[in-house]
Design a protein around this ligand. Structure first.
Ligand SMILES: O=c1ccn([C@@H]2O[C@H](COP(=O)(O)OP(=O)(O)O[C@H]3O[C@H](CO)[C@H](O)[C@H](O)[C@H]3O)[C@@H](O)[C@H]2O)c(=O)[nH]1
Length: 397
């Protein structure tokens, strides 16, 4: 068994590296994944009972403002014109998310103009002093106390089970606040869903004679040929698994949130009339419900059944799938010590959401992989430059 490069993990980051190295540099690339399917958390499959495409690891919506990433992904799939919208249920009433003029006016039973709404929010945020330093302060500074209490506090408590004053302000900065009736969830230039589904797209990326993907193969299992002990130092490795796992948790665990999903097939054509319904009340123990048929209104799905998935969030144990980096001050300290170790790990680059301990959306993972290819892998394989450093941990974000 020979290869020029081993990639551990077949998610978007790993497959982007595999594609570039195989197609551009004509390298023999071996990809391994410990799961029984490719694609990491972007994997989707057809539910056998309804024929509806289900995202096994939660809804994945593709969006980017990066033209290079958009052109790149369009080589492998066409995109539907899907535009993501989210609603949230609070005290048995449904409001549009992210918070916009419609949300504010419905909440206040008012007909505020944009300027009046702004003035009202400023008034409701008046108790804050100084620069916001955490999620709670940041949220109140953006939307004021009453909207925070209604739409953010309970949802965030369920999603993070961490005091919002200990969470990073950036978490909430992901959500726009708009003083118009525009309730698009994302503000990116390009958006859509892969016409033939995520798995077809991911398979197309891997479909090249120079790329071999071997599933059910754990890098840390020494009984299989592509294991860490035998491979590191022999050929270059791009590692996209958890960085703390790579170093055997030597400096302690990095904390993650994991998600549990409960699927249900219902004998009705439409359960909630929209793809994602958030639940803001803390008394409802799931954070949201996905109804997958609504991601593809252009498809011919049955009109007498539908599949829904309730999403629950909790702290991850070693055996759980990691989803969201919690990123407490202790995590950040540990991450720095892992990055130091990674720098000394010759011929191993760390990338992707797990390898860098960063919440990367799909387009960010792809963008970061393209940068790693440009800045590290292509110079190494074409000009013999050393493969050093921890990869591009901050790139593409
Ligand atoms: O109704 C909400 C929505 C969000 N938040 C807070 O805002 C943060 C960021 O919100 P995101 O929508 O980015 O949260 P997720 O990461 O769970 O969202 C995921 O699902 C979204 C679609 O529903 C988008 O696809 C997004 O990119 C994807 O990461 C959340 O952690 C939470 O603290 C709330 O309090 N209430």
């Amino acid at each position: 068994m020979t290869a020029d490069l081993l990639i551990v993990g077949s998610g978007f980051f790993g497959l982007t590296i595999a594609d570039r190295c195989a197609r551009e540099l004509d390298l023999k690339v071996q990809v391994i994944d410990r799961r029984d399917h490719i694609g990491g958390n972007a994997y989707s499959e057809i539910d056998p009972e309804t024929g509806i495409e289900v995202h096994r690891y939660g809804a994945h919506l593709f969006h980017t403002s990066n033209k290079r990433v958009w052109d790149y992904v369009n080589q492998f799939t066409d995109f539907t014109p899907y535009v993501h919208h989210v609603y949230t249920t609070y005290k048995d009433e449904v409001f549009p998310m992210p918070i916009n003029l419609g949300t504010i006016n419905q909440f206040q039973r008012a007909a505020y103009t944009p300027e009046e709404a702004r003035a009202w929010v400023v008034e409701q945020a008046a108790m804050l002093e100084g620069e916001p330093t955490n999620l709670e302060e940041k949220a109140i500074s953006l939307i004021g106390q009453p909207l925070y209490e209604a739409f953010i506090k309970g949802y965030t408590a369920k999603q993070w089970q961490t005091d919002p004053r200990e969470l990073a302000a950036e978490i909430i900065s992901r959500l726009p606040v708009r003083y118009t009736y525009d309730n698009r969830y994302f503000s990116d230039t390009y958006e859509g869903l892969p016409v033939d589904g995520y798995t077809a797209w991911l398979e197309k990326m891997a479909d090249h004679p120079n790329i071999t993907v071997t599933l059910d193969t754990d890098f840390f299992d020494e009984s299989q040929p592509w294991n860490k002990a035998d491979v590191v130092g022999q050929i270059p490795v791009v590692f996209t698994g958890p960085i703390d796992r790579y170093f055997d948790f030597k400096h302690g665990d990095l904390s993650w949130r994991t998600l549990d999903f409960e699927s249900e097939v219902l004998p009705i054509g439409d359960f909630q009339g929209t793809p994602v319904m958030n639940y803001a009340d803390e008394s409802i123990d799931y954070t949201r419900i996905h109804e997958f048929r609504h991601f593809h209104p252009e498809r011919d799905y049955p009109d007498d059944k539908t599949i829904i998935m309730r999403e629950f969030s909790r702290f991850a144990e070693h055996t759980d799938e990691p989803y969201y980096p919690v990123n407490t001050p202790q995590d950040r300290e540990r991450l720095l010590s892992y990055r130091e170790l990674a720098k000394d790990e010759a011929n191993v680059l760390f990338g992707g959401r797990l390898g860098t301990y960063q919440y990367l959306d799909m387009h960010m993972a792809i963008g970061a992989a393209l940068s790693m290819y440009d800045n590290k892998l292509a110079p190494h394989f074409t000009n013999g430059l050393p493969l050093d450093g921890p990869g591009l941990v901050d790139d593409g974000v």
